[in-house]
Design a protein around this ligand. Structure first.
Ligand SMILES: Cc1ncc(COP(=O)(O)O)c(C=O)c1O
Length: 488
C-alpha cells in the first residue's frame, strides 16, 4: 500500500488522542464535486497504538471515496484499519463556536471569572408546574416507549395550540414530536431534499441550517441580509436566487442570532414568490415565537394565503418554556411530508421521551402563549434587551438593529477590525475580536462568522441584569483601547 505520510505515536493509549491531534495534519482532499474535505484521526486513535500510515488518497479520487488506512499494533499483531469517514460527514463543517466555548470553559476551570454570554438557552428554570408533571410521569410509571410520532394526548394538545395561537388547522396525524426542534428540522430537510437540491437560507442564520442541508446532500444557498434592513430578507434577492433546483427556503422568526421578527406584510410578499415556484417549500422555524416584544407580533408562515400546503412548521419547548434539557420539539405540516419524517424517525430515534411528553402537555396547559410564567420570563428578557440596546447605542463604532424577539443581540463591531493590539496581534474579524474580548474583558461571546456574518458578534442576554451590567462595562472598557479605525 503506498503511503503518503507516516506519523509516530507513543505507545500509551491514553496519550494517543492528544498526540495524534498534535502530530497529524488534517488531510485535505477534493472529490469530483470539488468539495473540500478534511480528515481528523484523533477520535479513532485512542485505542490504536504505534505508527500509522495514511494511504495515498489520490488513487481514490475517481471512486468519489476517501480512504485512509492506519496500521495499528494489536495483541494479534499488525492490523490495518480504514478510518475514512463518509463524504457526507466530511462535507459538514465543525461548529466554529466550539473553539471559543472551549477556551472560555478552560479559563473558568482555571479560576478566571469569565462571563459567559454565548449560550443559546434561557437562564431560567423550567416552570415548576411543568417539572412536576415530569416528576409525576416517572412516579406513575409513565416510562415506556410512546408511539413514534408522539402521544396522541400531546399531539392533540399541539393541534389545539396551533389552532388557538397560530390560526392553523392540523390533525394529530399531521404532527410529529421529536427529540428537540433540531431533530424536527434535520428530518424535514432530509425528507424533502434530493441530492443537488438547493436550500435557501437567509444570513445571518442559525448555525445548523447549512450543515443540515449538506447532511441531506443538498446545497445551501446563502441569502445575505443587511443590518440596515433589520436583517430581514429582501424578496427581490430571494426571487433572483430561485432556480429549478430550489427546494426549501428556511425562515426563522423571531431569529437566532439577530432577534429580528418578520412583519406579516413581508412574509406575504415572500409567500407571493413561493406561490409562483411550485417546487419550493418553506420550513418555518418558530421556536422563539413566544419570546417576542410588543408591538412586534408573530405570524406563522403556514397561516398565509395558500401557504399551508407548502409549509413545514417547526416549533418546540426549549426556549419559551426553558426546557432545553427535556429535548422536545415538533413538526406540523401536510400529512405526506410529516409521514416521511415519521418514517425517518422510526428508524432513527423512535419516539421522544415519555416523561418529557407529559411535561409538554402541562406546558401547553399553562395558558395562551405560555401564560403568566412565560410572560414573566419575556418581561425579564425585554428589560435586559433594553439595557443592552441603550448601552451599545451609546458606544462609538457599534451598529445595532434592535431585536424584536428571542434573547440575542447581533451587533456590528466591524469598525474595530484592523486594530493592532500589543501582545495580541491584529483584530481581523469577528473571531479575533471575540478572542480579544475573552482575553481582555473576560466575556465569552460568539463570532458572527459562525452565523454567516463576520461583521457582527452575538451576545446572548440569557443572563441576569447584574451579570449583563458587569459584562457591558467590561466590553466597553476593552473596546475603548481599540479606537475604531473606520468611522461609522
Ligand atoms: C433557531 C433555532 N432553531 C432550533 C433550535 C433547536 O432547539 P431544540 O433542539 O433545543 O428544540 C435552536 C436552538 O438553539 C434554535 O436557536
Amino acid at each position: 500500500m503506498p503511503a503518503a505520510s507516516s506519523y509516530s505515536l507513543q505507545t500509551c493509549s491514553s496519550s494517543a488522542r492528544s498526540i495524534a491531534s498534535k502530530t497529524t495534519q488534517p488531510l485535505a482532499l477534493t472529490d469530483r464535486h470539488q468539495r473540500c474535505r478534511s480528515l481528523s484521526f484523533s477520535s479513532q486513535l485512542h485505542r490504536l497504538d504505534l505508527s500509522i500510515k495514511i494511504a495515498d488518497s489520490r488513487r481514490e479520487l475517481d471512486s468519489n471515496r476517501l480512504n485512509a488506512v492506519v496500521r495499528a499494533q494489536s495483541s494479534l499483531g499488525t492490523m490495518e484499519v480504514d478510518i475514512s469517514l463518509s463524504p457526507r460527514v466530511n462535507s459538514v463543517k465543525p461548529s466554529k463556536t466550539v473553539a471559543i466555548t472551549d477556551q472560555a470553559t478552560a479559563l473558568v476551570q482555571a479560576g478566571v471569572p469569565v462571563i459567559r454570554l454565548a449560550a443559546g438557552e434561557p437562564d431560567f428554570d423550567t416552570p415548576a408546574v411543568i417539572a412536576e408533571a415530569g416528576i409525576n410521569a416517572i412516579r406513575e410509571g409513565y416510562t415506556r416507549y410512546t408511539p413514534n410520532a408522539g402521544t396522541s394526548e400531546l399531539r392533540s394538545a399541539i393541534c389545539r395550540k396551533l389552532k388557538e395561537e397560530n390560526g392553523l388547522s392540523y390533525t394529530p396525524d399531521q404532527i410529529l414530536v421529536s427529540n428537540g426542534a433540531k431533530q424536527s428540522i434535520l428530518q424535514a430537510v432530509i425528507a424533502v431534499c434530493s441530492p443537488g437540491d438547493e436550500v435557501l437560507i437567509p444570513a445571518p442564520f442559525w448555525v445548523s441550517y447549512p450543515e443540515m442541508a449538506r447532511l441531506a446532500d443538498a446545497t445551501p444557498v446563502i441569502l445575505p441580509t443587511q443590518i440596515s434592513d433589520n436583517f430581514l430578507l429582501d424578496p427581490k434577492l430571494l426571487e433572483s436566487k430561485l432556480t429549478e433546483k430550489s427546494r426549501l427556503l428556511i425562515l426563522c422568526s423571531p431569529s437566532n442570532p439577530t432577534g429580528s421578527v418578520y412583519p406579516r406584510k413581508l412574509l406575504e410578499e415572500i409567500a407571493g414568490i413561493v406561490a409562483r415556484h411550485p417546487r419550493l417549500l418553506v420550513l418555518s422555524d418558530e421556536i422563539y415565537e413566544h419570546i417576542i416584544y410588543s408591538p412586534a407580533t408573530h405570524t406563522s408562515f403556514a397561516a398565509l394565503h395558500d401557504m399551508w400546503e407548502r409549509t413545514l412548521t417547526v416549533n418546540g419547548f426549549s426556549k419559551a418554556f426553558a426546557m432545553t434539557g427535556w429535548r422536545l420539539g415538533y413538526l406540523a405540516g401536510p400529512k405526506h411530508f410529516v409521514s416521511a419524517c415519521n418514517k425517518i424517525q422510526s428508524q432513527f430515534t423512535s419516539g421522544a421521551s415519555s416523561i418529557s411528553q407529559k411535561a409538554a402537555v402541562a406546558a401547553l396547559e399553562m395558558g395562551y402563549a405560555g401564560g403568566e410564567a412565560v410572560a414573566t420570563m419575556v418581561k425579564a428578557f425585554r428589560e435586559r434587551r433594553d439595557f443592552l440596546v441603550k448601552g451599545f447605542r451609546e458606544l462609538d463604532g457599534v451598529k445595532i438593529s434592535e431585536p424584536q424577539g428571542a434573547f440575542y443581540l447581533f451587533l456590528d463591531f466591524s469598525s474595530y477590525y484592523g486594530a493592532e493590539i500589543d501582545g495580541f496581534g491584529k483584530i481581523d474579524g469577528s473571531e479575533s475580536l471575540c478572542r480579544y474580548l475573552l482575553d481582555k474583558a473576560q466575556v465569552a461571546l460568539v463570532p458572527g462568522e459562525a452565523f454567516g456574518d463576520d461583521t457582527c458578534i452575538r451576545i446572548s442576554y440569557a443572563a441576569s441584569l447584574s451579570t449583563l451590567q458587569a459584562a457591558f462595562e467590561r466590553i466597553k472598557k476593552a473596546l475603548v483601547t481599540l479606537r475604531p479605525p473606520v468611522p461609522v
